[in-house]
Design a protein around this ligand. Structure first.
Ligand code: EPU
Length: 421
């Protein structure tokens, strides 16, 4: 298995081109199931999770061709309506095929995703939403079996759905299902994440009738068919945030290119509170840091709140910043797996319920550490970049799921990261 070896304390200087967003690309690729026409996507990041999604769609029968930066998908002759456990267990977002398959083909069978490193992550809201649209759903041997074949023309029915909790993939699944349903669906307490909006905009280009994107009430008027389109995937705001925190921690000046600062408000504001200088231009964010930072308190929340996907990176930063800070995780119950590894690098952190209390100001020291999930792994890379000496990170396949060309991009701006086998 690959490992990363990081020689710490190099200052970072230069430009980083931010890739397309994993969490927008995944649902949009899956959105291809809603039409028999060709969907062409550009700015698709080269990531392990994208390969898994492509494999799943190919298994279902979607014709897929790829070149350097784009992917063409044609879901004309679907020959399976099931997402097997082997594919779903490696990537929870596979559950997103449920809504599109059910609404276009009248049935779907998708393995339950089960638990994962960051918490139990149920899909009850996805299921209840589809039931409200008339689907019959049973759970059998770890699979969700969904059918709308008892309904006229096997079509789902528009419904008013209140989601108990803000859920990103739940909103995406139900929004996709509703595009081909009969009548109007109203999703209340919908997720407002930019990736949900990106999916919605792509569906609108495919002919869907959707209003209220970016608000907590999304309204979808079902249509007969969707057609093909071209769509450019939005930038990855979490990748951009990760590079900005790296520069804050190591010192130096970097410019993240291909971004929209308006979609990163909470992260930028928290970085400014640390004392770094941030300049915002069209499509660019530049950060300048002398590496002396003030620790910041924060609480993760649904968008536009502070993203849970940036929590681990900020915990690493607070560990070396001056002052005592509190970081509260409200989205996932078990998302502090990075803490015990950061402690091995010299961080002083206590966990009290869902809050990490971090006594900052410690110099981090290189160590052997283990990645446990995607963003936890990113926080270990950041800690390794700021630490004295050498850090060896094992189990880095998590990083390959979500960060395109991570070591190449970091090395281009002055980091010293080597991948070994
Ligand atoms: N939840 C339920 N029932 C449901 C669905 C969600 O109780 O049916 C709960 C979850 O357990 C969690 C909360 O609702 O406590 C929010 O979870 P959400 O459904 O929003 O998470 P997700 O859609 O599974 C997406 C991202 C995650 C990101 C979260 C939160 C994708 C593919 N994944 O997950 O990204 O952390 O939203 O923003 O979009 C990552 O990229 O590293 C990652 C984990």
């Amino acid at each position: 298995m690959d490992k990363l070896i990081i020689q710490g304390q190099s200052k970072l200087f230069g430009d980083v081109l931010i890739s397309g967003a994993k969490n927008a690309a995944l649902p949009i690729l899956i959105g291809s199931l809603l039409t028999s026409d060709k969907l062409t996507l550009t700015n698709v990041p080269k990531l392990f999770d994208i390969n898994t999604t492509v494999k799943l769609l190919q298994f279902l029968g979607v014709g897929i061709s790829k070149d350097e930066d784009s992917i063409e998908l044609i879901a004309k002759s679907i020959n399976h309506i099931d997402a097997p456990y082997d594919l779903v267990k490696t990537m929870r977002a596979s559950v997103l095929v449920l809504g599109p398959l059910l609404s276009r083909f009248g049935k779907a069978r998708v393995s339950l995703p089960g638990g994962c490193a960051i918490g139990s992550r149920p899909v009850d809201i996805h299921i209840r939403g589809l039931e409200a649209m008339g689907a019959k759903i049973t759970i059998d041997q770890g699979y969700i079996n969904a059918s709308s074949e008892h309904l006229p023309d096997a079509k789902l029915l528009g419904a008013k759905i209140y989601m108990d909790q803000v859920t990103v993939t739940g909103t995406e699944n139900l929004m996709m299902a509703a595009t081909l349903a009969r009548g109007e669906t109203v999703l209340e307490n919908a997720a407002k994440e930019p990736e949900v909006i990106d999916l919605g905009n792509c569906l609108i280009k495919m002919g869907a009738k959707i209003s209220g994107l970016g608000t907590d009430k999304v309204i979808i008027q079902g249509v007969e068919n969707l057609s093909g389109t071209n769509h450019r995937i939005m930038f990855d705001r979490i990748e951009a945030g990760t590079y900005l925190v790296a520069a804050a921690m190591t010192g130096g000046e970097i410019c993240c290119q291909g971004v929209d600062a308006d979609q990163m408000g909470a992260v930028i504001q928290k970085l400014q509170e640390t004392g770094v200088k941030i300049r915002i231009d069209k499509d660019k964010i530049t950060i300048k840091s002398d590496g002396r930072l003030k620790a910041v308190n924060l609480k993760t929340l649904p968008y536009p709140g502070f993203p849970t996907d940036m929590q681990a990176q900020f915990v690493a930063m607070n560990a070396m910043a001056d002052g005592v800070s509190e970081v509260t995780e409200t989205i996932f119950e078990n998302r502090f797996m990075h803490v015990q590894e950061l402690v091995r690098m010299g961080a002083i952190i206590d966990i009290k319920q869902n809050t990490a209390i971090i006594r900052g100001g410690e110099e981090l020291c290189g160590a052997n550490v283990m990645a446990t999930d995607l963003r936890a792994s990113a926080s270990l890379v950041l800690a390794g970049l700021a630490a004295k000496g050498e850090t060896i990170i094992e189990r880095i396949y998590h990083l390959d799921r979500g960060y395109e060309s991570l070591e190449e991009k970091f090395n281009q701006i002055g980091a010293k990261i080597k991948r070994i086998n």
